[in-house]
Design a protein around this ligand. Structure first.
Ligand code: KIV
Length: 277
């Protein structure tokens, strides 16, 4: 792994952004070209998310994502975006086998993929897990609210913390994760009121994924934002480009041109070298 570039976004810089009230822009990336484009667009943070299990691999849930694949893709993302604050998502296979396995995976995200931090979906019982990763010297982001690793079917996604009691539980959990050393929180699919309550209770930057406007930053799955999915994206996703239909049309045009014999044309052919005089 090459040493960090001088222009890399740091945790301190992100903390300063929070203090100054400047929002943090975060996206997912699973490959080199997307990472490169995201960095060029000014994105501060990229997540090698285990959402790649559903988005790239076509699984019904994120549980079967292999760590090895995430590390390989993470290296590609880092090559494309040397300056972003890069976060590796601890997959279910690394989180479900106890703190030692989680710590080893987190170290590989840092050492092999060049990640600045790891994120983990944290349940109420996971304070020791967060503490163990933090104790290994790895910046850790606790993912609260909706935890996709607990959702086994595509129709199982539900907004969380939608009443006062659930908000109080979320706030208690956020405090617990910060006490364990989490450097940031990620809140998924919770109302604005819940995010505000969490923000009032903790000092660390809070990134929202469908968690209202109050958060210090926001993250989305890039494929959702670009209209590349096959199902309707969640209500919090603004589809800013409809790339799916554009790709469909281009692929159809190619197939038709091959079938009709209009591709390849003379402009696509290599000419023979002219014989030497
Ligand atoms: O895996 C993922 O992409 C996530 C979301 C927060 C975007 O965890």
């Amino acid at each position: 792994m090459s040493p960090p570039s001088a222009g890399r976004v740091t945790l301190d810089a992100l903390r300063r952004r929070k203090a100054a009230g400047e929002r943090i822009a975060m996206l997912t990336a699973y490959d080199y070209p997307t990472a490169r484009r995201a960095q060029a667009a000014g994105v501060d943070m990229l997540l090698i998310g285990d959402s790649l299990g559903t988005v790239l691999l076509g699984h019904p849930n994120t549980r079967s994502v292999p760590l090895e694949l995430m590390l390989m893709l993470g290296e590609a993302v880092r090559r494309g975006a040397p300056d972003v604050y890069l976060v590796g998502d601890l997959p279910y296979e690394s989180l479900s086998r106890g703190p030692a396995v989680a710590v080893a995976a987190a170290q590989r995200f840092r050492d092999a993929a060049g990640c600045d931090a790891v994120k983990l979906e944290a349940g109420p019982e996971d304070q020791p897990l967060v503490a163990a990763v933090v104790a290994a010297g790895i910046a850790t982001i606790a993912h609260l609210g909706l935890r996709p690793q607990q959702v086994l079917t595509p129709d199982g996604y539900r907004a969380q913390a939608r009443d006062a009691a659930a908000v109080a539980t979320l706030v208690a959990q956020a405090r617990q994760m910060c006490a364990a050393g989490a450097v940031m929180l990620l809140l998924e699919a919770v109302p604005d009121e819940a995010s505000r309550a969490v923000m009032a209770a903790v000092d660390v930057p809070v990134i929202g994924c469908g968690a209202g406007a109050a958060c210090d930053g926001h993250v989305l799955v890039t494929q959702d934002l670009l209209g590349l999915g096959f199902t309707r994206p969640p209500r919090f996703v603004p589809v800013l480009a409809e790339l799916g239909p554009l790709i469909d049309a281009a692929l159809r045009q190619y197939v038709e041109a091959v079938r009709a014999g209009t591709y390849p044309g003379p402009e696509h052919a290599y000419p023979m070298k002219s014989p030497r005089a």
